[in-house]
Design a protein around this ligand. Sequence first.
Ligand SMILES: Nc1ccn([C@@H]2O[C@H](COP(=O)(O)O)[C@@H](O)[C@H]2O)c(=O)n1
Length: 316
Amino acid sequence: MIYHIPWIYVPVRNARAIWHQVTTSEFPEFAKASVLMRDRSKVETTIQAMQRAGPEALQVISDFDMTLSRFAHNGKRCPTTHNILDNDLLINDTCKKRIRELLNTYYPIEIDAARTIEDKRPHMVEWWTTVHDLLIQQKVRKDMLAQAVEESSAMLREGYKVFFDRLQENQVPLLIFSAGVGDILEEVMRQNHVFHPNIHVVSNYMDFNQCGELQAFKGQLIHTFNKREGALLHAARLGKLRERPNILLLGDSLGDLSMADGVAKPQHTLTIGFLNDQVDERKESYVNSFDIVLVKDETMDIPNDILNYVTPVLTK
Ligand SMILES: Nc1ccn([C@@H]2O[C@H](COP(=O)(O)O)[C@@H](O)[C@H]2O)c(=O)n1
């Protein structure tokens, strides 16, 4: 007989094994129905090893859009950093219409479980470059960005403050590696009072002319599926950060798994994947690729629980 229990994805073949897993866990929070794991005992051993090494050995590498920020709230989609620019303050109606058409064309390709990453890459380059060109044509104004963020429905995941503050208090570096728009994600964090000094951002930053109008995007384009190149390119700039051997990695796309490829000598890596959309189609590949998969979970509860084990509470 094959039993299925919520937090373990693979079928368990006998009642003794189930009893063992239910009763011997040091990590009761993994019993949440939204938590899937391919190999729970490996996850637990990794957390224990990270705990022994302490916060000095830890770094967190995270994607931003739909990972630190929410995918949905009260049944409505929340905007990505690109979508926040869809505002009358910044772009005209024709441009909005075109950007929405592009989203409807390319987002389904980005999340299509039947296509390979190699197949998706050229489409992503096309999507990002077309949208960036449109934004440049609109001469998006730097002084309007903060208001656009204020007026947007962007939200960080529930429990975000505990997450950001805990990392800052323990001086654990947080590397945000985003294919979104760097200026916008910084502003989202600023307005939520969590843009702490331990945060380093690698993203697509806007380049403004002397009048404060968008004239280009800086550096090499980052899209969902070229983060490995970005990680290697920025490795030198990240200096000491690269030397922290234990990594907690958070992402919402299989492309995010390469965000840690620039780390010098990784020892213990724990990957958490937020599975927000196309759950049934993508569940299997996410469980095969991430150590922990959080299904339609809009909270930071599991990352916070893990940080509880690995970093001490220093205030209150
Ligand atoms: N014009 C665009 C381009 C991309 N997006 C979405 O933004 C996300 C950014 O990537 P992360 O690395 O931060 O996850 C990506 O998943 C795209 O769906 C967009 O909304 N508009």
